[in-house]
Design a binder for this molecule. Structure first.
Ligand code: SAM
Length: 490
């Protein structure tokens, strides 16, 4: 868990995606020939697991928009008022350095194609231009970049009917469905990379049976409300009398829920200049949206405001070995409950997961942390494994989660009295045990269930994993309270 510091040296040059694509094209015999189409909304693992796992996707199929080309200037002293405004119509491609896209344990992910030595400064591994993204302004007036919706198209009225305060995901879902239906739009090709309805982990697609498997009535009821919201929006806009060009975007409600799930789980927000206005925007960014989440990420996003380019950067001082996954932090400080709501996944070592305790028992926070050589519990934390004995290898995000979740007291309140502290640790442990036995199934039963259904529906699988992860965290809490009692109080 500890941050690793390594000597700073220069990074050797990585290669760009386009070079790899060209090489692949030759090896696969399609140099200069149109790449094979893969069926949309199904992603065959084997397609990506080949030794050459970068798919020959055309980087940018968007044509230069004539209206947005810089005007012809007869007088060389005259310049466009805002060169950036015109530049967005230029055809630019996505570029990547030393990355590989492939299927892993968490779906598609981005992996290091070669070793990356630590650099003093952040290092760019991908840049994606605005032209390839789907963006809609967060606030009125609705603006889209690139502006793919023709004036007067009925999808605009549907978008216009959304609540500016709350419905960013419905707007983005409409835009995505529209782009997927647009002839020659880049997203038609890119949809090969998106999880299909059966692979999408969003609980918007969960059945009632899946929701019950969460063993968390609060989460199930929140998701039922979210499903209903998407359903009601679909029913009011995709009613039987709707014209074909709208109807075909989402003939079934499941298709619309899928689009909302994709919008929720892949959207990022950036501030940009739209014409003369500075606007916050919701964006779907191809390629960057394949980065998976980690609470200790090795990458971050940087928005190049000037030329509207999203950069994926490796953290300064970060060493990465070939084959390791590049990750970002989706939502710092999010419990598994929050991650499940928006992204449909959870983690057994989530340092931000929490449980509600009902009694008055509290333990001393600093003493608890020092037992595990953890320091700094705000946004950052640090576990010094050098200081720890062998047993402490069990310290991970779940122990940090325990420190955050357990009721605690700090210096200045009352002096530490070992007997009182011991009693508090015992009471908290008993409460954790009670919470654990209140689950309808045991950890072992959950694990067996998962092992026996390798081809389970995605939403069912994530629901069972969620309850399993909650139990694993509770188990870690019990174990850490035991160790706390043993090590500090005797
Ligand atoms: C932005 S996408 C990342 C790319 C995605 N893996 C894919 O297959 O296209 C977010 C989705 O990836 C999956 N995901 C990301 N990080 C994960 C993690 N740490 N554990 C499990 N699933 C994760 C979840 O399904 C989530 O909804």
């Amino acid at each position: 868990m500890a941050a690793t510091f390594v000597p700073l040296r220069h990074l050797t040059l990585c290669f760009s995606l386009s070079q790899v694509q060209r090489k692949e094209g030759l090896q696969n015999g399609w140099g200069g020939v149109k790449p094979p189409r893969y069926s949309p909304f199904s992603r065959n693992r084997d397609d990506y697991n080949t030794p050459h796992s970068i798919r020959p996707i055309k980087p940018a199929s968007i044509e230069t928009l004539p209206l947005l080309e810089p005007p012809f200037v007869e007088n060389p002293e005259l310049e466009p008022v805002d060169p950036d405004f015109y530049r967005i119509g230029y055809r630019r491609s996505m570029r990547a350095y030393g990355v590989k896209f492939k299927q892993g344990a968490d779906g598609m992910g981005v992996y290091a194609a070669k070793d990356v030595e630590a650099l003093r400064r952040p290092r760019m591994i991908m840049e994606i231009p605005l032209e390839l993204m789907l963006t809609v302004s967060k606030k009125l007036p609705w603006m889209f970049f690139p502006d793919i919706i023709p004036v007067g198209h009925p999808i605009f009225d549907i978008i216009n009917s959304t609540d500016p305060e709350t419905d960013w995901d419905l707007r983005l879902a409409c835009l995505l469905l529209f782009a997927l239906d647009c002839k020659d739009n880049f997203w038609q090709l890119y949809s090969d990379f998106l999880p299909g309805e059966d692979e999408c982990t969003s609980l918007l697609l969960a059945t009632e049976e899946d929701l019950l498997e969460l063993q968390d009535e609060n989460l199930a009821s929140t998701m039922r409300k979210q499903q209903q919201r998407a359903m009601e929006f679909w029913e009011s806009n995709w009613h039987p009398g709707v014209i074909l060009k709208i109807k075909r975007l989402a003939p079934e409600s499941r298709r619309f829920k899928w689009a909302v799930g994709i919008a929720q789980s892949r959207c990022i927000n950036m501030r940009m200049r739209m014409v003369s206005l500075i606007q916050d925007a919701n964006m779907l960014v191809p390629y960057a949206d394949m980065l998976n989440h980690s609470p200790e990420p090795n990458c971050f996003f940087h928005w190049r405001f000037k030329d509207r380019m999203l950069e994926v950067m490796i953290n300064a001082g970060q060493e990465i070995k070939r084959g390791e996954e590049f990750t970002i932090n989706y939502m710092s400080g999010s419990s598994n409950y929050m991650l499940m709501q928006r992204y449909g996944f959870s983690s057994p070592v989530n340092p931000w997961d929490n449980f509600q305790f009902s009694g008055n028992a509290r333990i001393h926070l600093d003493s608890f942390l020092s037992v595990f050589n953890i320091s700094g519990l705000s946004d950052e934390y640090y576990h010094d494994s050098q200081l720890s004995s062998n047993e402490d290898t069990f310290v991970d995000g779940a122990v940090i989660g325990a420190a955050r979740s357990l009721p605690t007291w700090s210096d200045g309140d009352v002096p530490l009295i070992p007997r009182v502290e011991r009693k508090a640790a015992k009471e908290l442990r008993e409460e954790c045990q009670k919470m654990l036995v209140e689950f309808p199934t045991t950890l072992e039963e959950d694990q067996q269930l998962l092992d026996s259904m390798p081809e389970a529906r995605k939403t069912l699988e994530v629901a069972i994993k969620y309850r399993l992860h909650r139990k694993l965290i509770l188990q870690k809490m019990i174990k850490s309270l035991e160790l706390y009692q043993e090590r500090i109080l005797f």
